[in-house]
Ligand binder design. Structure first.
Ligand SMILES: NC(=O)c1ccc[n+]([C@@H]2O[C@H](COP(=O)([O-])OP(=O)(O)OC[C@H]3O[C@@H](n4cnc5c(N)ncnc54)[C@H](OP(=O)(O)O)[C@@H]3O)[C@@H](O)[C@H]2O)c1
Length: 301
């Protein structure tokens, strides 16, 4: 397949990159490529044994640190230790995510688990690391969107989906919220005159552990269905290219959004992707930001 490839990543030596969910799937490939090009990569993982195993596979200049995005205490502890050990952070890839099927679940802080992990955890993490990102020369924050954001709608009267919960729309809402966060972060960084760039990426439909894990609760039949679904997806190496491009290509502007180019952005070479109208709406961005500040107790920008 032609187009942008990981071989176009510039020299990353001297840069500190944090990748959440770096032990698996897109995060693992992202961390591997950043390390291969010389970055010091922090593997921010909830399971440190899996993180150590990933570190062995990656080789290079990597360190493993514990981060559970479904717990604000864990996010605070991670950010405090990281900030104490690194004078500046050049790149934050907010990659980790969960898809759930089955009944509604909540995070340690009582948030609907997909919104809590995918968006609110990363909102808090970014705010707590902002000072260290500001210390870097050309820092970037990358938010992981999904094509599911395009058919999702936020319900500000029921952000935690307590009424008529359905798992699939809840995942879509969490990725819409993550997308809105990345776009609103860009607006606020610009308004503050900050050189930090907030860019976005999505991997189309990519073969990772995401969907098989979601089907785990359905046993062997679930695994069969998940495997069948994976036949229609692209490789994880290809799927990671949009986020690697957003993270490393020189000249990426705040708010730029990358994804695959073929078949409604589900696979193929990297191109600029399209935001849904709701994701691009500044009024929605402002409202979600205020809600995230109130829910997490972390205020910034
Ligand atoms: N694959 C796709 O087609 C697709 C499509 C659209 C968007 N995405 C997005 O791509 C990102 C990466 O997903 P993936 O496809 O690479 O799936 P994956 O292989 O399942 O990786 C997800 C990663 O997130 C981590 N994670 C989950 N909950 C966490 C928590 N509470 N704290 C810290 N880390 C946590 C997982 O850790 P454990 O290994 O410990 O569970 C894992 O490392 C996600 O944001 C997802 O929404 C994927």
């Amino acid at each position: 397949m032609t187009g942008w490839t990981a071989d176009r990543i510039p020299d990353q030596r001297g840069r500190v990159a944090v990748v959440t969910g770096a032990n698996s799937g897109l995060g693992l490939v992202t961390a591997t490529e950043l390390a291969r090009h010389g970055a010091h990569v922090v593997l921010a993982v909830r399971n440190t044994a899996a993180g150590e195993e990933a570190a062995r596979r990656i080789g290079g200049d990597v360190e493993v640190r514990e981060l559970d995005l479904a717990s604000l205490d864990s996010v605070r502890a991670f950010a405090a230790k990281l900030a104490a050990d690194h004078p500046a952070i050049d790149l934050l890839v907010n990659n980790a995510g969960v898809v759930l099927l089955g009944p509604r679940r909540t995070s340690t802080d009582g948030f609907e688990l997909q919104l809590g992990t995918n968006m609110l955890g990363h909102f808090a993490l970014t705010g707590l690391l902002l000072g260290k990102l500001a210390e870097a020369r050309e820092a970037r924050v990358i938010s992981l969107s999904s094509i599911t954001h395009k058919n999702a709608h936020l319900d500000f009267d029921d952000l935690m989906f307590e009424r008529d919960y359905r798992a699939v729309p809840a995942y879509g809402r969490s990725k819409l919220a993550t997308t809105i966060f990345g776009v609103e972060l860009d607006r606020r960084l610009r308004a503050a005159g900050s050189p930090i760039v907030s860019a976005l990426a999505h991997p189309g439909l990519t073969r990772t552990n995401l969907t098989p894990r979601a089907w785990e609760h359905r046993g062997r039949l679930g695994q069969l269905i998940a495997r069948f679904g994976l036949l229609a997806t692209q490789s994880v190496e290809q799927g990671a290219l949009p986020q690697l491009r957003a993270a490393t290509e020189p000249g990426v502007r705040g708010g730029q959004f990358f994804g695959p180019s073929r078949l409604r952005e589900t696979w193929g070479p990297v191109t600029e992707a399209r935001l849904s109208r709701e994701a691009a709406d500044p009024a929605v961005g402002k409202r979600l930001w205020a809600a995230a500040e109130e829910l997490t107790g972390i205020n910034y920008l």
